[in-house]
Design a protein around this ligand. Structure first.
Ligand code: ATP
Length: 318
């Protein structure tokens, strides 16, 4: 549904995007995560045809955004960072205006309007002026305009920014409901938002993609952590001889114990074998676990090192 290849964009001397490539399949809900200034809005504006890229390919539904801009825009629902609302209009009048702009035939407008209004829970606010709505409800109006023409692809730029916790939950629930019918790409710098909503996360740092993975793949690694009570000779050598071990690192825990990080080959959980080996050798095991990463730990690692998540952090002894 979305194909992006080697996308670049500079604003004068600032390189906002440095060769970004990714694909999004139909039906996915994908979070574009990155710190301030990472380039999220720039990607979104280029995808939606509001910004000319410096170089690279951007295709939506097989259509090049540069050469088929208006056709692409009819297929997308877009909620920009600051939704273009008209505060003096009522909700009803505003959505009617959007229906006209979207060139939905007069006869079909009631059907489209009703669906968008129901989906966003705006039925009881139709006659209110947009200027009188709370921020959360204004955001719902922004979402209603984005989904009015029933697009199969929704692109949302920081949809919950500035909302209070209750409003955030409401908008998230709404996005979840919308994802049943549309592919969704949304940008955020809120980790819990990605965890709550997404199938996949693309992490962008300084104009480059550092991670593009399903959330389930991110959380588990093939690393095991073994913490021993006391310094024991031959541990490193013994661990290295276990089949499937790729690399071993060793660090001191904050409370002074020796912790071995045993990195396994792909799709190998070494913990059961390590447990057997430890028992056979009478090691005083304080802890043995498979390493589980959180999105927060991955993101922080990337944000501070700018590196690849699988190749950082180990004081390697092998
Ligand atoms: P935020 O989370 O703060 O919204 P972002 O990830 O959306 O950030 P962008 O808005 O895409 O990041 O900005 C990427 C880089 O490009 C930043 O360094 C920003 O200062 C710069 N930038 C964005 N728009 C412009 C512009 N119109 N002129 C000059 N520089 C710009």
């Amino acid at each position: 549904m979305i194909h992006v290849e080697q996308l670049t964009k500079s604003y004068g001397m600032i390189k906002a995007l440095r060769g970004v490539s990714f694909d999004i399949e139909s039906g996915e809900i994908v979070g574009l995560l990155g710190p301030n200034g990472a380039g999220k809005t720039t990607i979104i504006k280029t995808l939606t045809g509001y910004l000319q890229p410096g170089g690279g390919v951007v295709e939506i539904d097989g259509l090049d955004v540069l050469t088929h801009r208006s056709e692409v825009q009819t297929r997308i629902g877009y909620l920009p960072e600051n939704a273009p609302l008209y505060p003096e209009l009522s909700v009803q009048a505003y959505l009617k205006m959007i229906a006209e702009l979207r060139q939905i035939p007069e006869k079909e407008q009631p059907k489209y309007l009703t669906e968008a209004i129901l989906a966003t829970g705006l039925s009881e606010h139709l006659t209110r002026r947009i200027s009188q709505l709370s921020k959360g409800f204004r955001q719902r109006v922004g979402l209603a305009q984005a989904i009015l023409h029933a697009p199969r692809l929704l692109i949302l730029d920081e949809p919950t920014i500035g909302l209070d916790p209750t409003q955030i939950v409401e908008i998230r629930n709404l996005i979840r409901r919308l994802s049943k019918h549309s592919t969704i790409l949304f940008s955020t710098h809120i980790l819990s938002e990605v965890e709550a909503l997404c199938d996949r996360v693309i992490i962008l740092i300084n104009g480059q993609i550092k991670t593009n993975n399903r959330l389930s793949e991110l959380s588990s690694t093939n690393d095991s952590i073994l913490v021993l009570q006391e310094r024991t000779s031959g541990v490193h050598e013994t661990l290295k001889n276990i089949k499937g071990v790729r690399k071993i690192g060793m660090t001191k825990t904050s409370d002074g114990y020796l912790a071995y990080r045993i990195m396994g080959e792909v799709n190998t959980d070494l913990s059961p074998i390590i447990y057997d080996v430890a028992r056979q050798n009478d090691w005083a095991v304080r802890e043995l676990k498979r390493d589980v990463q959180t999105l927060e730990s991955i993101f922080n690692k990337l944000a501070t090192t700018g590196g690849d998540i699988h190749e950082t952090d180990h004081s390697d002894n092998s």
